[in-house]
Write a protein that binds this ligand. Structure first.
Ligand code: F6P
Length: 572
């Protein structure tokens, strides 16, 4: 078995045996980026008419124009060399083959098996996992069809009309995004809701709108130990049991999605109503598993199958396309180029489609929980910058809020603009406006506006020479700000699957280049542990051992406020 740090380079050597070659390439990347710092994209377009047709790639219903990036063909080749020297080819093979590349948790990483066709043979410890995957898809489909057809009803015989997914992180963000994006093709009777925040304001606010007799809860947690999810699920159960429902009725209204059958049973959910998956599926990579049950309930098994098929098409593309045509690899290398060559610290994602407005939140977890690390796979300091802060919001809304900084701020912020050419819910002229703005923003960020252009514009507006002199510095745009424009043929289940898989593989590729394990998340543990101690301190009145004066002061204030409340009433 390959150890994760032994990803093979193309010539059979391992990445680890050639640290000098790799560090030389990293130095050359930095040098090349410095040289680009003095060049303007405007000039590169002016002198290179083929730039846009050369710097584009397409696969699985996705077209990427990456020509508005501050690099040339030689720089790209350097990045491809870095990918080779980092053992990217071997790493891809190792992941798809089910090797235990999640080294700190000794787990395989096989979300790709969740979307493999039934004929595939993917082995973990000699056991083909694909039949189990398809059996679970069939289990989900059987249940989803019952709910959708009206055969599955609440305990009083009411049709199910509302589905509430209770989960957080990977058990929330993926299904939330997909359900939102595919709402136009959702079942007309079913409305899907997502409860992640343990702040009771979310759950109570939603429950006030729902009818117990027609609501189905999907309690979704890989570990089934997550405090927020279990607290919300308990409160939902208490709400359900008000107004006369019996414990025996719970099974008609609560199902679970988890890898932990024991904890599901202990919670009181019938194991017959549990949909399972496997430890080789990471939480943030899990929407393709039973975690996608809410998606399947909303859009049906066939559309869920299309989502999987789109992701599988991207998997095949990632495995087989040369780096120069490989969408995830290109996006990954461009990201590395800015983080390590230009010292950028953030990456913005702007969906230009209302259905994709949850994409930034999904990508935040995918990217930042995967590559927000400073320790290599073999436990050494990485020694260079890794994952950027990923952020963003609907592009159109952002234009009227934070784009000022993108255009004229002091920081360079590389960005992905994601738009759809056919979007079922976007009619004309709305769609015209959305697409025009997406294209224009990328153009404006790249071109900027020179002093001569700004002056000419103000002259045409009839401004006085004094006013022009006063305003000139404010109305110039430096430009040279990089974007990728990512166009989906349509916001369909298939293309959406491909889009999300593309980003998964982008994140993986960057993890390989930075030599971090993209599949663990130890960084979330400390805060969880301290929160439990602080919660005990609220009850006991005793400060946690060793707590600093700031923390103690805050605990005292919070404790006093909580004690002044009478909050023991059940949720209503
Ligand atoms: O705390 C972080 C995390 O473990 C994520 O990695 C995960 O997606 C989320 O919490 C929810 O975990 P679970 O599905 O086990 O409830």
């Amino acid at each position: 078995m390959n150890r994760p740090s032994d990803f093979s380079a193309p010539d059979g050597r391992t990445a680890n045996t050639m640290p000098d070659a790799r560090s030389d390439l990293w130095s050359r990347v930095q040098l090349a980026a410095q040289q680009q710092a003095g060049r303007h994209l405007r000039d590169q377009f002016a002198t290179d008419p083929d730039r846009a047709t050369r710097m584009r790639a397409r696969s699985s219903g996705i077209f990427i124009d990456y020509s508005k990036n501050r690099l040339d063909d030689a720089d790209l080749q350097l990045l491809f060399d870095l990918a080779d020297a980092s053992g990217l080819r071997g790493a891809i093979d190792a992941m798809f083959a089910g090797e235990r590349i999640n080294s700190t948790e000794h787990r395989a990483v096989l979300h790709t098996a969740l979307r493999a066709p039934a004929s595939a043979d993917i082995r973990v410890d000699g056991h083909n996992v694909v039949p189990g995957v398809h059996a679970e898809i069939a289990h989900m489909a059987g249940f989803a069809e019952q709910v959708r057809s009206g055969q599955w009803r609440g305990h009083t015989g009411e049709l199910i009309t509302n589905i509430v997914n209770i989960g957080i992180g990977g058990s929330d963000l993926g299904p939330r995004l997909v359900c939102d994006a595919l709402r136009p093709i959702g079942h007309p009777r079913l409305r899907t809701h997502f409860v992640a925040n343990v702040d009771a304001g979310r759950l109570n606010g939603l429950l006030r709108q729902l009818d117990r007799r027609s609501t189905l809860f999907v309690v979704c947690s890989k570990s089934f130990t997550t405090q927020e999810t279990l607290t919300n699920a308990r409160s939902a159960r208490a709400w359900f049991l008000q107004d006369g429902a019996a414990e025996a009725n719970i099974s008609r209204h609560f199902v679970a999605v988890s890898t932990n059958a024991e904890a599901v049973t202990a919670f009181g959910i019938d194991p017959a109503n549990m949909f399972g998956f496997w430890d080789w599926v990471g939480g943030r990579y899990s929407l393709w598993s039973a975690v996608g049950l809410s998606i399947m309930l909303q859009v049906g098994p066939a559309a869920f199958g299309e989502l999987l098929a789109g992701a599988h098409a991207m998997d095949t593309h990632f495995q087989t396309a040369p780096w120069s045509q490989n969408l995830p690899v290109l996006l990954a290398l461009l990201g590395v180029w800015y983080v390590n060559g230009f010292g950028t610290t953030t990456h913005m994602v702007a969906p230009y489609d209302h259905g994709l407005r949850q994409l930034p939140g999904f990508l935040q977890q995918l990217d930042m929980e995967s590559n927000g690390k400073q320790t290599t796979r073999d436990g050494q300091p990485v020694g260079r910058a890794t994952g950027p802060v990923v952020w963003g919001a609907s592009g159109i809304n952002g234009q009227h809020a934070f784009y000022q900084l993108l255009h004229q701020g002091s920081q360079l912020v590389p960005a992905d603009f994601v738009a759809t050419l056919h979007s079922p819910d976007n009619t004309r002229p709305h769609h015209d406006i959305v697409l025009a703005n997406c294209i224009a923003q990328a153009q404006a960020l790249m071109m900027g506006r020179t002093p001569d252009e700004a002056r000419a514009e103000m002259e045409s507006e009839g401004l006085s020479p004094e006013r022009i002199a006063e305003l000139l510095p404010h109305r110039c745009f430096a430009g040279n700000r990089p974007t990728n424009v990512i166009l989906l043929d349509a916001l369909s289940p298939r293309t959406l699957g491909a889009l999300l898989a593309m980003y998964e593989h982008k994140v993986f590729t960057q993890g390989v280049l930075w030599n971090v394990n993209s599949f663990d998340q130890w960084g979330v543990e400390l805060g969880k542990q301290l929160a439990r101690r602080i919660e005990s301190a609220f009850a006991s009145g005793l400060a946690p051992a060793g707590a600093d004066s700031s923390t103690c002061q805050l605990i005292d204030l919070a404790r006093a406020a909580l004690a002044a409340r009478d909050d023991d009433k059940p949720t209503r």
